[in-house]
Design a protein around this ligand. Structure first.
Ligand SMILES: C[S@@+](CC[C@H](N)C(=O)[O-])C[C@H]1O[C@@H](n2cnc3c(N)ncnc32)[C@H](O)[C@@H]1O
Length: 333
């Protein structure tokens, strides 16, 4: 069924990630989306970051806590046929406006446009998140497994946050802490440190980036035991290294794992004994399974050694695994 001719042409919501805040790191698509928009909606600070791009447009500034209002306003304008840019710092899908916007849209009965339902279009325009941009300012801290945790308990219960902190500290992830501290929320970062110190060396490297890529940028490299002596605020991201992360010449680096397979001696790369280029490590899945199956040790003993659940080890001991045969390097980068 075609929409009646006199109905308003459906508008569009563009969820625009601005990146860290400097114009140099605003993507071409983000810039074009703001240029296309009739209305720009965002937190006052973010509107200020793109002030020169919003001249002549309807600009709706909202306070930090009014995320749902911003989404409702965007839907309202888009249903009037307008193109609306809803702007977030970093990436709109990382602790940003994308989630609340879809929640509001679904509650209002919105379904994706199908050419016939007359619905508004939604486009998500990615931006570099604080975790990428802050990492880039301090070296290469995220070159191995990492995760992000927000310390904001405005919408998430503290036990949920604490459980996640405990799990990732135990599992040795590099962690990016978003929303680490504000004028009112000062104890959450102290608790996060307490939880991390239960599992990690006090000397674990920590980087604190405040206002990255903005005029008041400030970078501090410190350690887990001293991190709370640093200047941390609402505009800081805290990067906590894993057990292999190190700081050298003022750069924080998490090794990719090459040292497990190769030794660089006198400028030459040599494969370590028992390892093969292009194959999983001898302690990769196949090699490890063969080792534990041949060990004759109980699931309980192995579980304690490898810090893995006993029922998982028991299942592995009873499984058959095909040997690793094909050349298999990880995806290019
Ligand atoms: C509500 S979250 C928004 C995150 C954003 N959508 C992103 O992808 O980066 C706000 C938090 O992001 C981090 N953040 C945002 N911009 C930053 C910057 N320029 N420098 C350091 N941290 C930043 C801080 O941890 C801040 O408390």
């Amino acid at each position: 069924m075609n929409a009646p001719e006199n109905t308003v042409k459906p508008g569009k919501i563009m969820l625009v990630g601005l990146g860290p805040g400097s114009q140099d790191h605003l993507t071409a698509r983000a810039r074009a989306a703001i240029a296309e928009a009739d209305t720009v909606i965002g937190y006052v600070t973010y509107i200020r970051l793109v002030a020169d791009l919003v001249e002549g447009k309807e600009v709706i500034k909202k306070a930090m806590t009014e995320e749902l209002d911003r989404a409702i306003e965007a839907l309202d304008r888009a249903r009037q046929g307008k193109k609306v840019a809803l702007i977030s710092s970093g990436d709109a899908g990382v602790y940003g406006m994308a989630g609340p916007t879809f929640e509001v849209l679904f509650q209002a009965g919105w379904t994706p446009p199908d050419g016939e339902n007359g619905e508004i279009e939604v486009e998500i325009i990615p931006g570099a998140s604080a975790l990428n941009t802050c990492a880039a300012l301090v070296g290469a801290p995220l070159t191995h497994d990492f995760c992000a945790i927000s310390l904001s308990d405005l919408l998430t219960p503290w036990p949920t946050i604490a459980r996640r902190l405990d799990a990732v500290a135990y599992a040795d992830f590099v962690v990016a802490l978003y929303n680490p501290k504000s004028g009112r929320r000062t104890q959450q970062i102290v608790e996060a440190q307490r939880i991390f110190l239960r599992h990690r060396d006090p000397q674990t490297p920590v980087a604190i980036v405040k206002s990255g890529y903005r005029p008041k940028q400030r970078i501090e490299l410190t350690t887990l035991e001293k991190m709370n002596e640093a200047d941390i605020g609402m505009l800081s991201t805290v990067l906590i290294g894993n057990s292999n992360t190190f700081i050298q010449h003022g750069l924080m680096v998490t090794p990719r794992g090459y040292a497990n397979k190769y030794a660089v001696e006198e400028g030459e790369r040599n494969t370590r004994d028992g390892e093969q280029a292009g194959r999983s490590l001898s302690t990769g899945l196949g090699g490890w399974v063969a080792t534990i199956q041949a060990s004759g040790r109980s699931a309980a003993e192995l579980a304690a050694e490898y810090r893995l659940p006993e029922d998982y080890i028991a299942a592995v001991l009873q499984s058959e695994y095909l040997p690793d045969t094909a050349e298999d390097e990880e995806g290019g980068n």
